[in-house]
Design a protein around this ligand. Structure first.
Ligand code: BES
Ligand code: ZN
Ligand code: ZN
Length: 467
């Protein structure tokens, strides 16, 4: 599907169908009101109606807000893709161009790599019609870059654990680095041992695949700020010896979504050529069972020197992140540190499955994230730390336990576990994003479709554009 800008003043385009927006208020003023009425179209949000004779696809919106435009375009594009129309046009303006592109690209996304007879799509061209093309080219290409980077992240998340394991994850990162002119360093198990990353290595010990630490670097000529991104890249999470129940194990290929988001963000910022230096670290590991598996009762020595009592091998993401966060802080003196992880089921209990949980000490940084999330159409919610929850991580045998002693506030206690690996001088530079709910969906919502959503890519790219 080819999306392109089209200058209205140059000539009249002849698309097969034109997409038009309707609110219940302006519905009565349209020349086609009668036909739309007959079809039962009331312009309710996300309702659509084909007027085949007049070649209009009517899209209902509550009002002109970007969120509403993106949402209904996501509905419309799916219908158009299963129709026989080959081209469609939409009138755009400065306010809605980004939402329209997101709706088209993200709402129209499909992942068919494992289907032997993916259906043929007739729709080829979408024309975004504007008055003066020059005023739109920047906004157009920026929105396309971010939407395509989000799809890139979705593709990796959706790839099955047999194909996407720690070594192939590292290979994929290398390919991205080559294509986008990034520096790429991969640490294998021997190097990880030398770097004393026993917490990360223990999680991957029962896997047939070697664990990998991926380090990508993007640097503009005169970077204004240095940013570290860290991603949980569990290519599969069986729970380890604290095995997950069968039904909870399905979808656990998505436990690499934090790492995938970090790669997507690197793709976006390097194509946007932002004036910053960004280091991406992904801990690519598979959590499996076997004679060599790490165990509940083990005590691990993390890279930081802090010892960790293992009480549940399914709380593995925080062990990988503990070492990767330490490694990142040891190697890069960053202005900001952001980590992305499908860390806890508890985050979904707290915020619902659509919202990314935001944790950290800096109210200012959390405010920046909220602003970026609102502008980019992602949902985020703050989960507050407190000293009482922190005490629940005390261990009788080691410096800290990998799980809380109480069952409540699990997303926050996981965040607090990570906090204990953030150096004092970095406390206000760091935020943790729990994307356990927002990274994957089994039903359509907003511009998200079955599978990986690419959570984190849009709001973090927006934040980095404005930092
Ligand atoms: N990867 C899971 C968290 C998760 C659960 C992500 C559901 C997406 C959907 C994580 O490694 C995990 O298993 N966490 C445990 C922690 C518990 C053992 C303290 C959880 O959330 O149950
Ligand atoms: Zn787990
Ligand atoms: Zn996990």
């Amino acid at each position: 599907m080819n999306i392109q800008l089209y200058n209205k003043s140059v000539s009249n385009i002849k698309a097969d169908i034109s997409i038009e927006f309707f609110t219940s208020k302006n519905l009565s003023k349209h020349p086609n009101t009668k036909t739309l009425n007959q079809a039962g179209f009331k312009a309710e949000q996300d309702s659509i109606c084909f007027l085949h004779e007049t070649k209009i696809l009517a899209c209902g919106i509550e009002n002109n807000d970007s969120d509403n435009i993106r949402s209904v375009i996501s509905v419309a594009i799916k219908e158009l893709k299963s129709s026989n129309y080959e081209s469609a046009s939409i009138n755009i303006d400065k306010k809605n161009i980004k939402a329209i592109i997101e709706g088209l690209v993200l709402g129209g996304y499909e992942f068919n790599n494992y289907k032997s007879d993916a259906k043929e799509i007739k729709l080829q061209d979408i024309y975004l019609v504007c008055e003066d093309i020059n005023r739109f080219t920047d906004a157009f290409s920026q929105a396309m870059i971010v939407a395509e980077a989000t799809c890139f992240t979705r593709d990796i998340v959706n790839t099955i654990p047999h194909d996407l394991n720690p070594p192939s994850f590292a290979k994929l990162a290398k390919k991205l680095a080559k294509e986008n002119n990034l520096k790429c360093k991969i640490l294998g198990e021997d190097e990880l041992k030398k770097e004393k990353m026993q917490a990360m290595l223990s999680v991957g010990r029962a896997s047939i695949h070697d664990s990998k630490l991926i380090h990508l670097t993007y640097k503009s000529t005169n970077p204004k700020k240095v940013i570290t991104l860290v991603g949980k890249g569990l290519t599969y999470d069986s729970g380890g010896l604290s095995l997950k129940p069968a039904t909870s194990m399905v979808t656990m290929k998505m436990d690499k979504a934090g790492g995938c988001a970090v790669l997507g963000i690197m793709k976006a910022i390097s194509e946007l050529k932002l004036d910053i230096e960004v280091h991406a670290f992904v801990g690519a590991v598979e959590n499996m069972i076997g004679g060599d598996a790490y165990k509940p009762d083990d005590v691990l020595v993390s890279r930081s020197g802090k010892t960790i009592e293992i009480r549940n091998t399914d709380a593995e993401g925080r062990l990988v992140l503990a070492d990767v966060l330490t490694y990142a802080q040891d190697n890069v003196d960053a202005d900001y540190i952001f980590d992305f992880a499908t860390l806890t089921g508890a985050c979904m209990v707290a915020l619902g499955q659509y919202t990314t949980g935001v944790m950290g000490h800096s109210a200012k940084l959390k405010h920046l994230v909220k602003k970026s999330a609102d502008k980019s159409g992602e949902l985020t919610g703050s989960l507050p730390f407190n000293k009482h929850l922190k005490k629940l991580l005390k261990s009788d045998i080691a410096d800290i336990s990998n799980v809380s002693s109480k069952p409540y506030g699990g997303a926050i206690t996981a965040g607090l576990f990570l906090d204990s690996f953030i150096k004092d001088q970095n406390k206000d530079k760091w935020l943790h994003f729990d994307i356990a709910g927002s990274a994957y969906t089994e039903s359509n919502w907003d511009c998200n479709v079955y599978g990986g959503t690419g959570a984190g890519v849009r709001f973090m790219t927006n934040l980095l554009q404005n930092i």
